[in-house]
Design a protein around this ligand. Structure first.
Ligand code: FES
Ligand code: FES
Length: 154
């Protein structure tokens, strides 16, 4: 039986009817059309579905939508403010840190979570915390360089 829930996504409240076993990833893509959150493995192994929950990176394929109630969810669509690219988005473009782009939303949101946690993280910390986000194109070097180039004031 479906359940009525409210989700706060990118600052907007959405009232939805979801099945108890619907994942947050399914709801974002299939009910809300937020296709920036990618479905890769659907098993918690690739990081493509990463979103921010209360500022921390989470895999939306492993989270039930009903468990996301009462939390602040951010998808890649919510990162650019007022039409201006977020500094991480600009850095990825400037440093050539993407090719096909399939991993990019998850990479950028994981990077945002890293920078939320720690100002000026070291290369080793970035690599360690990005370990769950797989990229099949770039070789990771430019991704790490792009993240290191962003020094976000906190
Ligand atoms: S789709 Fe969620 S980790 Fe791969
Ligand atoms: S840019 Fe293609 S998978 Fe990362």
């Amino acid at each position: 039986m479906k359940r009525a829930i409210e989700l706060n996504i990118n600052g907007d409240t959405h009232e939805l009817l979801v099945a108890p076993n619907h994942t947050l990833l399914e709801v974002l893509r299939e009910k809300l059309g937020l296709m920036g959150t990618k479905r890769g493995c659907d098993l918690g192994a690739c990081g493509a579905c990463t979103v921010l929950i209360d500022g921390e990176a989470h895999l939306s394929c492993l989270m039930l939508a009903v468990d996301a109630m009462g939390k602040e969810i951010m998808t890649i669509e919510g990162l650019a403010a007022g039409g201006d690219l977020h500094p991480l988005q600009s850095a990825f473009i400037e440093q050539g840190a993407l090719q096909c782009g399939f991993c990019t939303p998850g990479m950028i949101l994981t990077a945002e979570a890293i920078l939320n946690e720690e100002e000026n993280p070291s290369e080793d910390v970035i690599k360690q915390k990005l370990a769950g986000n797989l990229c099949r194109c770039t070789g990771y070097k430019k991704i790490v360089e792009a993240i290191m180039s962003v020094n976000e004031p906190k």
